[in-house]
Each structure stands twice: as C-alpha cells, then as structure tokens.
Write a new protein. Sequence first.
Length: 429
Amino acid sequence: MKAKNKAKSAILWYLKTLARHRLNKLKPEIIGVTGSVGKTSTKEAIYHVLARRQQVLKNQKSYNTEFGLLLSILNQESGFSSPLKWMIALWGAFETAFFDKTPYTKMVLEMGVDKPKDMDVLLQFVQPTVGVMTTIKPIHLDEGQFKNLEEILNEKSKLVKRMGENDWAILNADDHYLSLISNQLSANVITFGMGEGADIRAMNVKSSEKGLEFDLLFDEKTIHVQLPNLIGKHHVYVVLPAIAIGFLNQFKWETIKAGLEDFVLPPGRMNLIPGVSNSIIIDSSYNASPATMAVALDVLGEIHPKGVGRRIAVLGNMNEIGDLTDSEHRKVGKEAAKVADLLITVGDHARLYAEEAVKAGLQQSHVWSFVDSKDAGEFLSGKLKTGDIVLVKGSQNKVRLERCIKEIMAEPERARDLLVRQDDSWESI
C-alpha cells in the first residue's frame, strides 16, 4: 500500500509540474464550473458557444477530480488500472506540455468536489477568472463526505469566493443556497434563472419531444429560443450560463445561438435514443440524485406517448445520499406512481421505489424489481410496444443502467457512440 501511495504521489507531482508549465506558457482564461448537478452538461454548453470564435480546451468526459483536471489540461486520458496506459499517458503529457503549440485562449474546466478540502486541492493549480455555480443539492452525503448542505456550499463556493474584483461569478439565482452568497463576493456577479431579478432570465419555458423553447430576457430585450436537441425544462439552467459567458465575451446573439444549436448533451444525460418495437428511450443513465430524479420524472410526464404507448420508468439506486437514503427513495417512488404506467427498479434501495409506488396506487402487476441492470433490460425488451416512452435513470456504482439500455435500444451496435461508460476500462466493472 505504501508503494502504491508513493507512486500516486509521484505521478501527481509530475502531472502538476507539467500542467503548471503548460498553463504558464498558454496563459489561458480559465472558466471553472462546479455545483451538485449539471456540471458536465453546462461545461459542454459553454464550450460549444466559445468554440464558435475561439480556441478552447475542455475536460475530457467527466474528468473533474485532481487527477482528471490535470489530465484534461494536458490532453491525456486516464490509464485506470493499466500500467502500460499510464506510461503512454505520462509520456503524452510531457510531449503536450513542451511541444504542443495549439494556441488555446480559453479553458473550460469542470471542477468536481466530493468532500471537504477538495476545492482547495483543485485551486492549487488552477485559478479561474470566471466561475460558474449550477446548484447546491443533497449529494455526496455518505460517511467521509459532506455532513450537510451548508458544508457542500462552503466547499464549492470557494471557487467564486477566492476571485478578485476583475473576475466574474455566474450564479443560479433560483438556487436558495447560491442566492445567499451572491452579495458576499469581491467578483462581479451575473445571475441566471427563471425567477424575477435574474440578470439573464428564461420565461415561458416549454419542453416536449420536439425540444426546448423559451423567451430569453436580458438587458431589457427579449429573444425567442428554440433548441431541438434538448428536452426537459431544467436544461434552461444548462444553457443560460453559456449564454451569459457568450455575452461576457461580447459575442453577437447569432454566434451564441449557433453554438447552442450545435450543442448535444453528453451520453446518459436525458438523450433520446430509438428503442426496440418503435419505442423511445430517455437515457438519463449517467447518474442520479433526488433532485435530478424528480426532474427526470417531470420530463417523462411532459412527453406524450404516441397511440397506445405507455410511460415506463426504469429507476436505479440513488447513491451517496447518506441518512436520506430511505426517505428520498420513498419520495421518488410516490412521484413515479404519478407519471409512470409501468415501473422497473434496479438495486437494493430501489425496491423502495416499488414499495411506495404500489402504496400510491400503481398496480402491483405493473411493477417489477431486479438486482442486475442487464436482467432488467432483457425482461423489458420483451414487453415494449410501439409508442412506449422509457425513462432510464440511476446512479453509477453498482447500478450501471446503460447495460439495461443496451438490451432495449433499437441499434445496440451503436452503444459505444450513444451510451455512457463504454470504454474498455469499464467493461470489467
């Protein structure tokens, strides 16, 4: 174990040294993105807007930890458990740091925080001058992580609290916890949201299988926005920070609009995928928390199945919510009963969804529980009918609902292109 820790420390030192060298050479403007949910999608939306006019580097995938951030700055992928892949990555990092001449002017970096002092570690080697905060929600509350929402806010908000008077903090005005800190910052503040008082505001928000549309209000102007690649009203909170940064960079609306129209959500984050028997899958398999589960069920309720199609919810465990595990799973079960015609659960805690859904009125014969995602998919594939809408959502560890989706998607040969966690490194996990 000591040898392993020494090797890890040596690799970290090496990567930090190379990352600092590259940052000193490029001197890019760094845009940091943090929050409890929506970080990756927000980072991607910002990237698509900025990339219309500038050379921009972003995190690969969801590389947002200390290792991940360093690898992203150096344009390398993790070696995971392969010594050979790590040797290749470390050599590639050296070559990138000293010989890559791509003139990046911006870096959009997702910054993940799972426990106290994580943000301190990240801020040792990156100092964003623009900070985006998405939401503060009850996640990462297991033992050894955060004790409560106040601790989450305290750690994540270090991103913007350590900024200077020439920097910019972009905050979700509709988030109660973020509204508490907006007047405590030295940095300039831009707020976004749907409520009155937001600097950049979305109104008349509508969502359907045809996409997301809303009226954008800013600087006493109103623009109608239509984004066919997005479903779910909550994605307003993904695109508004990207719009704010576009305006901050003095982009014309036509440029911002073109970037957003190119934007497609990363795999596993509310993407529409054709299913067997002419069904439609809403793929939200990347991860799950109480807040995102509630939003996903709202989206399922917004979409109207064609013909005699049914709304089907495939829901897996929500991990890392600590003492809230029992109560939050039961809440989700009650909500699922309001929108789903059929319910399939995956995982031990997910059985609470089934229990509460039946109590709330969903017929017992329309509810099934499984331990394994693949088994759930094989079962569901034989039940799907034309017009069915299938929401698939659950946490990553011990659930992996992308395996369920692979069993019910119309083109499983496209799994590597469409689904999350399809790298070889995930196959044995």
